[in-house]
Unconditional design. Structure first.
Length: 252
């Protein structure tokens, strides 16, 4: 099988997943946009969290041209990317009891805020504890996960529960267990993961829904513009000034 054919098959698989999520999760995506709009309108702050590769879609909505300027990354040290050495440390930290609670308690997050938690499997200690701790603090929690993992794997949290069990709203990415879309003769393992493509699209669709909902309520969405467009930096400076008390990626 030629490499070009496999490349095309990956695009086909990703497109089909995107279509499924668009059609099957439309109502939940709209609801997520409304929750974010409620938070912005009510003076709350927005946070996104993900560990390992699930941190990539979270990072993609923070300080993003065309995105909401109020979205902040809730980072757990050592789990945000593969820059930590050894990279396997990040995976190990996802099983550390108490880590999520400690991070939340020392973060700016407070009652009335909203946290989006991204975890493909939703089975590890860190995302489950993060959801539990966030709701205990009075935050709204949106979970972005693959619900299939709850049916086909065992939870690693002491409660036996999954991320999906501790959210105000769940968005199902529809990714199959194992996160590999292709198989081929001569290739020993499944390959070509699509979770980042799909989950990033889900996150951007939620941001779009939130912007539309805010506008429908007569509230100007606090969107950022590209710094590579004339006037972009000046535009963003006004957003930063207006919402300085809700933006945390510009200062410690």
């Amino acid at each position: 099988m030629s490499e070009n054919k496999l490349a095309g098959q990956f695009f086909d698989a990703a497109i089909e997943l995107l279509r499924r999520v668009r059609d099957e999760e439309a109502e939940n995506i709209a609801a997520a946009g409304s929750l974010i709009a409620d938070t912005v309108a009510g003076g709350g702050r927005l946070f996104a969290f993900g560990a390992g590769h699930s941190s990539l879609p979270a990072q993609d909505v923070v300080y993003r041209a065309g995105g909401l300027g109020l979205m902040n990354l809730l980072a757990v040290p050592g789990t945000v990317g593969v820059d930590v050495v050894p990279a396997t440390l990040g995976s190990a930290l996802e099983g550390v009891d108490g880590l999520a609670g400690a991070v939340l308690e020392t973060s700016p997050a407070r009652s009335g805020d909203l946290l989006v938690i991204i975890s493909l499997s939703g089975r590890n200690q860190l995302p489950v504890e993060m959801a539990l701790s966030a709701r205990a603090l009075g935050l709204k929690v949106i979970g972005v996960t693959s619900v299939a993992y709850a049916d086909g794997t065992r939870s690693r949290h002491s409660s036996g529960s999954y991320l999906k069990d501790h959210c105000d709203l769940v968005l199902d990415s529809k990714i199959a267990i194992g996160d590999a879309e292709l198989t081929a003769e001569g290739v020993d393992a499944p390959f070509a993961p699509a979770s980042t493509v799909v989950t990033s699209a889900v996150m951007q669709s939620v941001m779009a829904a939130a912007a539309g909902e805010l506008a429908a309520r007569g509230i100007t969405p606090p969107l950022l513009r590209s710094g590579n467009v004339d006037g972009g930096h000046e535009w963003n400076a006004r957003v930063f000034a207006e919402y300085a008390d809700r933006i945390f990626f510009r200062h410690q």
